[in-house]
Design a protein around this ligand. Structure first.
Ligand code: GRF
Length: 226
């Protein structure tokens, strides 16, 4: 199914791999805040991704491109790009998409591909960020929304959210605190994109028109249940 979108509205495709709580936060914010954008598809890297069902029930066109059906990264990325391009997106949003993408794929969507990573980049790129944070002894941790470049977890930073690391934290409790702030930071950043307010300088720093605060701070008021 292809979703219609009115002229002038930005078309967003969201990629997920699992639960999809960030995707849900984006869909809900887009609808409740009347962004000048439509989420025209949610595409998963596996057919059993829990978030797909939620998106389908929310009336969003869904698809899956299962990485195991393809011989390698190039073939998977080509199939994924084909599915994405059917929806003619302005932006492709990685919301818990757990596949490493080839440089060819990343360059195809240069400046239109956005990711959320569960650490304060450039600290802790890659996997197991909460365990890395605990092992390193940092007292502040968080998440980063950034443009995707071929170098994994290194692109220009759009927004960040920070949370304290508390005594007695486990990777799970820290992940829960970070996720709560992800659900605030990501919709804010994607809304700026939807509103056409995000640009980059020649040296690849992000500028957001209106200069909003781009750091979200944890407080007791946005504790995990938020
Ligand atoms: C989030 O922590 C995100 O930052 C990371 O994977 C997790 C996905 O969670 N890349 P969800 O699928 O959005 O619930």
């Amino acid at each position: 199914m292809l979703a219609a979108s009115s002229p002038g509205r930005r078309r967003l495709v969201i990629l997920i791999s699992g639960r999809g709580s960030n995707m849900q936060a984006l869909v809900q914010a887009c609808r409740q805040e009347n962004w000048p954008a439509d989420i025209v598809a949610v595409i998963a890297s596996r057919p059993d991704a829990a978030g797909l069902r939620w998106a389908g029930e929310a009336g969003i066109p869904i698809a899956s491109v299962y990485h195991r059906d393809y011989a390698g990264r190039e073939a998977f990325d080509a199939a994924l790009a084909e599915e994405i391009d059917r929806h003619r997106p302005d932006y492709v949003i990685l919301a818990g998409f757990m596949r490493v993408l080839t440089p060819g794929f990343v360059n195809r969507y240069a400046d239109r591909l956005v990711n959320i990573h569960p650490s304060l980049l450039p600290a802790f790129p890659g996997l197991h960020t909460h365990g890395q944070a605990l092992a390193t002894g940092v007292q502040v941790h968080g998440c980063t929304v950034h443009f995707v470049t071929p170098l994994l977890d290194h692109g220009p930073i759009i927004a960040q959210g920070c949370v304290p690391v508390l005594g007695g934290d486990s990777p799970e409790s820290l992940a829960e605190r970070v996720l709560a702030i992800e659900h605030r930071v990501f919709p804010a950043a994607v809304r700026w994109l939807a509103e056409g307010r995000v640009s980059q300088t020649a040296d690849h720093r992000v500028v957001v028109q209106g200069d909003p605060q781009r750091l979200y701070m944890w407080s007791a008021g946005n504790a995990p249940a938020d």
